[in-house]
Design a protein around this ligand. Structure first.
Ligand SMILES: NC(=O)c1ccc[n+]([C@@H]2O[C@H](COP(=O)([O-])OP(=O)(O)OC[C@H]3O[C@@H](n4cnc5c(N)ncnc54)[C@H](O)[C@@H]3O)[C@@H](O)[C@H]2O)c1
Length: 411
C-alpha cells in the first residue's frame, strides 16, 4: 500500500499479549469484561489478518469517543422494527464490536427460521472489519452480503469525477461458507484505500502509492498528510465509475434504506470525530434455496476452477478472496504482530489516559508474568514502563523488538 522507507520503527508483539493489552485498556476505561473481550478479539484478529488499519491502532479513537460519550460503553443492541425476516436493530452508539455481534445473532436466528433475514443495523459505533460479521454468519453455515456507510465523521472520499470528498470509505463484504473449509470472504472499502491505511502511512511517515489520493486542488498526490492537514484532499473511489457507484449504493442501502441516515451535512458532526456505522445485511440460508449438497459442491468446483488459472508472471498462486488474510494470520501468529512505533506510542498514551492498573490486567488473572500490566513497587505503571522501553528500543534501531524468554517485559 505505502511506498518508501519509514523513519519509524516497529515492535513485534505476541497476539495474546496484544489482546491482553487491548482488553486491559478497555477494562480500565470502564467496559465490562465481556465487552472488552469482544473489542480485543475483533481488533487483534484484524491485525492478525493484516488489516492494521482496523486493528489495535483504533483504540485511541475508541477511548476518545467513550470519553466524550460518542461511543457508549456497555450498551446493547435493541430491535427497533420487527417484521420477522426484516429487522432493524438500533446500536445506540454502543461499541460496534458488541452491537454488530448482537445484530448478527438476531439475523442468523431469523435466517435459519425464514430462510433469509434482512438486518438493518443503525447507529452503531465503528463496527471495524466487516468481514468479522460475515464470518460470524458463515460459521453458522449462512451466506451474507453487507453494505456499510459512515456518518458523523467528516467526508473523506471524493465521488467519481469530483474533487471534494462527499462520503467516507463505505465498505462492502460478502462471505460464502464452504464445507469443512474457511469461507470465501470478499471484504473491502469502496475507496482506493481504507482511511486506517492512510493513518498507518501517516504514522509511519511513508508516502502512499500513486493513484490513491488527490490534494485540495484535485491533483494526484502520494502524501498521506493531505488527509490530516488543511487544505484537505480526498481519497479516490476504487474502480473508477463502477467503484464510485458502489460507494454511493453503500450509503443509500446502509444509510437511507435502513433509516440509519446517509452521510450528508445533516449528519456530519462539527469536529468530525464520530464514527457511526450503519449496515444493511442480507443473510441467506443456502438450504432455503434448494440442495445444500449441490451448493457446497458448486462452491468447491468453481473455486478450484478459478484457482487453477495459470498465474501471471510474479504471482505465486491465484488466491480466493479471504486466503491472503489467512496466510498473514499464520505468519503473524508465529512471528508476532508488527505495530509501528507511532501507533505503539499512541497505545501507551491511551493506557496512561485510562490509568491502567494491575488489577485490570487479564494477564495477571491468567497467571502470565511476562508483560504483566500493572504497577511496580514505586506505584508507577509497570506496563507502561515496559511498553515505553520496547518503544525506545524500536526507535533506537532494532526495528523488530523481539520477545525475550528471560525478561519480565516480554510481550
Ligand atoms: N467499519 C468501517 O467503516 C470500514 C470502512 C472501510 C473499511 N473497513 C474495513 O477495512 C478493511 C480493509 O479494507 P481494504 O479496502 O483496505 O481491503 P483490501 O484492499 O486489502 O482488500 C481486501 C479484500 O481483497 C481480497 N484480496 C486481497 N488480495 C487478494 C488476492 N491477491 N487474491 C484474491 N483476493 C485478494 C481479500 O481477501 C479481501 O477480501 C476491510 O476489512 C473493511 O471491512 C471498515
Amino acid at each position: 500500500m505505502a511506498a518508501g522507507h519509514s523513519s519509524v520503527g516497529e515492535v513485534r508483539v505476541k497476539p495474546d499479549r496484544l489482546h491482553a493489552f487491548a482488553m486491559a485498556i478497555c477494562r480500565a476505561d470502564g467496559s465490562s469484561a465481556e465487552e472488552a473481550k469482544l473489542v480485543a478479539d475483533h481488533l487483534v484478529l484484524a491485525n492478525l489478518f493484516g488489516h492494521d488499519s482496523h486493528g489495535v491502532g483504533m483504540m485511541p479513537a475508541y477511548i476518545q469517543n467513550t470519553t466524550t460519550g460518542r461511543c457508549v460503553r456497555n450498551h446493547h443492541a435493541k430491535i427497533s422494527r420487527d417484521n420477522g425476516a426484516v429487522v432493524v436493530v438500533d446500536g445506540g452508539a454502543g461499541y460496534g464490536q458488541v452491537v454488530a455481534k448482537e445484530a448478527m445473532d438476531i439475523g442468523i436466528e431469523r435466517a435459519k427460521k425464514h430462510g433469509v433475514c434482512v438486518v438493518g443495523l443503525v447507529n452503531a459505533h465503528h463496527i471495524g472489519r466487516i468481514g468479522h460479521w460475515a464470518e460470524q454468519c458463515a460459521r453458522a453455515g449462512l451466506v451474507s452480503t453487507h453494505w456499510v456507510n459512515v456518518h458523523g465523521h467528516k467526508s473523506l472520499v471524493a465521488p467519481f469525477g469530483g474533487v471534494e470528498p462527499r462520503f467516507t470509505t463505505n465498505p462492502y463484504c460478502t462471505a460464502i461458507p464452504r464445507k469443512g473449509k474457511e469461507p470465501i470472504v470478499l471484504d473491502f472499502a469502496t475507496s482506493q484505500v481504507a482511511m486506517g491505511k492512510v493513518r498507518v502511512a501517516n504514522n509511519k511517515r511513508v508516502q502512499m502509492d500513486p493513484g490513491l489520493l488527490i490534494d485540495a486542488a484535485g491533483q494526484p498526490t502520494t502524501e498521506p498528510g493531505v488527509m490530516y492537514n488543511p487544505p484537505f484532499g480526498a481519497i479516490l473511489p476504487f474502480g473508477l465509475h463502477k467503484g464510485g457507484g458502489l460507494a454511493v449504493i453503500c450509503d443509500l442501502l446502509a444509510g437511507a434504506l435502513t433509516g440509519g441516515r446517509t452521510h450528508s451535512p445533516r449528519t456530519i458532526k462539527k469536529d468530525g470525530h464520530d464514527i457511526i456505522n450503519n449496515m444493511l445485511s442480507v443473510i441467506i440460508d443456502p438450504a432455503a434455496m434448494g440442495s445444500t449438497e449441490l451448493f457446497e459442491d458448486e462452491v468447491e468446483t468453481f473455486t478450484n476452477w478459478v484457482k487453477s488459472a495459470r498465474p501471471q508472471v510474479g504471482v505465486a498462486e491465484v488466491l480466493a478472496p479471504g486466503e491472503p488474510e489467512r496466510a498473514r494470520r499464520a505468519d503473524r501468529e508465529k512471528n508476532g504482530v508488527p505495530i509501528d512505533t507511532a501507533t505503539w506510542q499512541q497505545l501507551i498514551e491511551v493506557a496512561r489516559k485510562v490509568r491502567l492498573r494491575h488489577r485490570d490486567s487479564p494477564c495477571r488473572r491468567r497467571g502470565v508474568t511476562g508483560g504483566t500490566i500493572g504497577e511496580d513497587d514505586h506505584g508507577k505503571d509497570e506496563a507502561l514502563l515496559l511498553a515505553g522501553l520496547a518503544l525506545r528500543r524500536a526507535k533506537s534501531g532494532s526495528l523488530r523488538w523481539r520477545p525475550s524468554s528471560t525478561r519480565r517485559w516480554r510481550w
